[in-house]
Design a protein around this ligand. Structure first.
Ligand code: ADP
Ligand code: ADP
Length: 225
């Protein structure tokens, strides 16, 4: 796992700054949430960590290395989306193994890793099913397993639970928290839901109108008397 640092990062679309002179540090092995209302710049920030969006100015470091101009394909960063984007015609195991096979891992090794990944997310027995045979929550777990097997330096979550009902959201966020602590991943998690942020995060960065409004641990931000 590697830490992430933003130094005075700005991303402009025409004249409008979606992210405006933002600086923060995410320690390796922690889960940090970007929290804030729609349009405040969370997704743009996440996409710049992934390399899917380039900074207009400023510096982005991953594991101490300057990645500001590095494209997504040259970064070891993986994103879990709110739509699971599983291949419907492939088994769950093949979905999880796919990224490994594409990156040149031998089929047998990829299959073994996929089985481990599915075990980690509690879907050990589900490898031979099709995605359509799984519930929404289970499909989201498959998406997490698919990201985990790539052993990313940084794992990104873009509103991962917003397609799930309230009960399942609570269960999934607890599971993500548990997995995070067990594996010591560096994770960046985007949500507009304060309760979700409090439940999953080591630290929360609150964004508002393209800048950081405040940041701290859940306790520091919301629970202090
Ligand atoms: P979110 O649900 O995170 O707020 P949006 O639905 O606003 O995301 O945006 C979805 C996609 O459209 C993103 O890739 C984003 O970069 C792009 N987008 C958002 N706002 C605009 C805009 N004003 N003009 C063009 N593209 C936009
Ligand atoms: P959030 O994820 O917090 O909803 P975004 O990062 O998606 O916010 O967007 C921040 C601002 O940047 C919004 O005003 C959005 O419309 C604008 N924006 C995002 N992507 C684009 C784009 N591709 N082109 C133009 N404007 C964009």
């Amino acid at each position: 796992a590697a830490g992430v640092e933003f130094r005075n990062v700005t991303r402009r679309y025409n004249t409008v700054a979606a992210v405006d002179d933002v600086s923060f540090t995410i320690e390796a092995g922690t889960l940090v949430t970007l929290l804030g209302p729609s349009g405040c710049g969370k997704t743009t920030t996440l996409r710049m960590i992934a390399g899917l969006e380039m900074a207009t100015s400023g510096t982005i470091l991953i594991g101490g290395k300057d990645v500001t101009r590095l494209p997504a394909t040259d970064r070891n960063v993986t994103m879990v989306f709110q739509s699971y984007a599983l291949f419907p015609h492939m088994t769950v195991a093949d979905n999880v193994a796919y990224g490994l096979v594409v990156s040149g891992v031998r089929k047998r090794d990829a299959a073994a890793k996929a089985a481990e990944g599915l075990e980690l997310v509690g879907l050990g027995g589900y490898g031979q099913r099709l995605p359509s045979e799984l519930s929404g929550g289970q499909q989201q777990r498959v998406a997490v397993a698919r990201a985990l097997v790539l052993e990313p330096e940084v794992l990104l979550f873009d509103e991962p639970l917003s397609n799930l009902d309230a009960k399942l959201r609570r269960k999934m966020r607890d599971d993500i928290r548990e997995l995070q602590q067990k594996l010591g991943l560096t994770s960046v998690y985007v949500t507009h839901d304060q309760e979700e942020a409090l439940a999953v995060s080591d630290r929360i960065i609150v964004m508002n109108k393209s800048v950081i409004a405040q940041s701290g641990t859940p306790d520091e931000l919301y629970r202090r008397p």
